[in-house]
Write a protein that binds this ligand. Structure first.
Ligand code: HEM
Length: 468
């Protein structure tokens, strides 16, 4: 069965996108020129939660579901909103670009450490994660900034290797195949990212555990998680991923770097030497690598999944992208792919950057004094900006050509300030590369699972969407 979209109600289209790309039930048919069956594999990135706090992701979901007045009011009222999280801690949600960076620059009370530490603990399962957090922040991440710059990428060949691994992965299983979109994007991006960073000895089969684990990571350390069977399974998955890293690294680690890991990137080599110099133990080094892999892969996965689903739901965009990539001999100079990548980043800004206050502090924002308490969580949420009709006309329409207009401000999906994404340049190239190789290698037909045909068929019966 194929889904054909006509001119649909935008809210329904947005909601369908959210369900299809990020939710549990999604399926599409990939008729690869050379590809084989991948059905029945795990689902991909977890849904981004709708409005968990006032002023949060909120805006766009409200917008999508039609509560526009509230959104407009909220958007114009202030650039910082005060709230409380489910554990009763104060939260300040920042909705204006560069304000978080300014607060960081003005006050030493704004710290990246608490968010980083809690993320590292959830990702790695290491309880005493203080030393790793400090080394990541002060040594390891600064070490890789040059490697991820345009010059560093050219000399290391990281992007060339990404392309090679991606092509090999897409061409590996010839034939006709039905798989979920999120599995398709997750699996191939994982193989390309991990292959380019860690070389061919990295166990890419760790994707199964990784995929199950990262989409539910938020639940892993909840108050009753020890007793909940599904959480115990997540923890077991996390242990297996750490064990896979340990197996990959052990020989090099105990040979004190004398042995060479085949195909390893200069970037990861730097990370490993940095970890050795800082006298991390093997478990901490594995945790650092896993955290880096997660940073390098997870957002890429959700961005490519969102982008491809939008293209497949719009036949004219689909045709345009196919014509473009099949006429070009490289993705490097395609303005359409640039534009599509920026539109995907606008549409789905990804994880919201977080900081904390390590003491009480007062900030002067837009002429108003905001006194924030020690422990307040600062959350940067630019969804409102990305869907601001004054900035991006018809913001709920996904338009692959939108950013052909050079005068538009670029989306701000890579965060800002001290922890801003270090891989932003690489990430944009990778999204373009994925689009280029996927649409050159495969012919896609978009389908919905049987149960969704029934549900969506009735819920969209008053639109011109239909199934054939
Ligand atoms: C579409 C893809 C990507 C998006 C949307 C994205 C977005 C982000 C965001 C929002 C942050 C947190 C920023 C903050 O807290 O202010 C971040 C951090 C980071 N990203 Fe990315 N990212 C992507 C791809 C990549 C890639 C490909 C790499 C590297 C190969 C990478 C490396 C990092 C690193 C190392 C950090 C942590 C920086 C730090 O803690 O100082 N990212 N990314």
């Amino acid at each position: 069965m194929e889904l054909t979209l006509g001119k649909t109600d935008q809210r329904v289209q947005f909601a369908l996108w959210a369900v299809v790309v990020l939710g549990g039930c999604k399926l599409f048919r990939k008729s690869c020129r050379k590809g084989k069956s991948l059905a029945g594999l795990p689902e991909g990135p977890e849904p981004l939660e709708p409005r968990s706090q006032p002023g949060g992701i909120s805006g766009v979901w409200q917008h999508a579901w039609g509560f526009q007045d509230d959104f407009e009011h909220e958007k114009k009222a202030t650039s910082i909103h005060h709230s409380i999280d489910s554990a009763g801690h104060p939260v300040a949600i920042i909705t204006k670009p560069m304000l978080l960076a300014k607060m960081e620059a003005e006050s030493g009370a704004v710290t990246t450490t608490i968010a980083r530490e809690s993320r590292l603990r959830s990702l790695t399962g290491i309880q005493n994660v203080g030393r790793l957090t400090e080394v990541m922040e002060q040594t390891l991440i600064p070490l890789i900034i040059r490697e991820l710059s345009p010059n560093g990428l050219t000399s290391s060949g990281l992007m060339t290797h990404f392309d090679q691994h991606l092509r090999a992965s897409l061409l590996e299983n010839p034939g006709i195949d039905t798989t979920s979109l999120s599995d398709f994007t997750g699996r191939h991006t994982f193989r390309a990212v991990a292959g380019a960073l860690f070389g061919p000895t990295f166990p890419v089969s760790a994707f199964e555990d990784y995929a199950l684990f990262v989409k539910d990571m938020g639940r892993i350390d909840g108050p009753f998680s020890n007793w909940v069977p599904s959480t115990r399974r997540l923890r077991a998955g996390r242990q297996r991923i750490m064990a896979a890293f340990s197996q990959y690294l052990e020989e090099w680690w105990y040979a004190d770097g004398l042995h060479t890991i085949p195909g390893i990137s200069p970037l990861v080599r730097r990370l490993l030497h940095g970890a050795k110099d800082e006298e991390l133990d093997l478990e901490e080094a594995c945790g650092g690598l896993l955290a880096f892999l997660y940073d390098a892969h997870f957002n890429l996965w959700s961005t490519t999944a969102g982008l491809i689903s939008q293209i497949l739901m719009d036949p004219s965009a689909h045709q345009r992208v196919v014509d473009d990539v099949r006429a070009e001999s490289t993705y490097c100079f395609s303005r359409l792919l640039d534009s599509a990548t920026y539109e995907a980043l606008r549409w789905q800004p990804g994880e919201r950057p977080q900081r904390h206050l390590s003491q009480d502090a007062v900030f002067n924002i837009d002429g108003m004094q905001h006194a924030l308490k020690n422990g307040t969580k600062l959350v940067l949420d630019l969804w409102g900006l990305h869907f601001d009709a004054d900035v991006y006309g018809d913001p709920l329409r996904f338009d692959v050509t939108r950013f052909l207009d050079d005068s538009l401000p670029l989306p701000r999906s890579f965060g800002e300030g001290k922890r801003m994404c270090k891989g932003a340049y690489l990430a944009r190239l990778q999204v373009k590369s994925f689009l280029y190789h996927a649409f050159r290698t495969c012919d896609f037909n978009f389908t919905l699972p049987e149960n969704m045909h029934t549900e969506k068929g009735s819920s969209t019966s008053n639109t011109s969407r239909h199934y054939v």
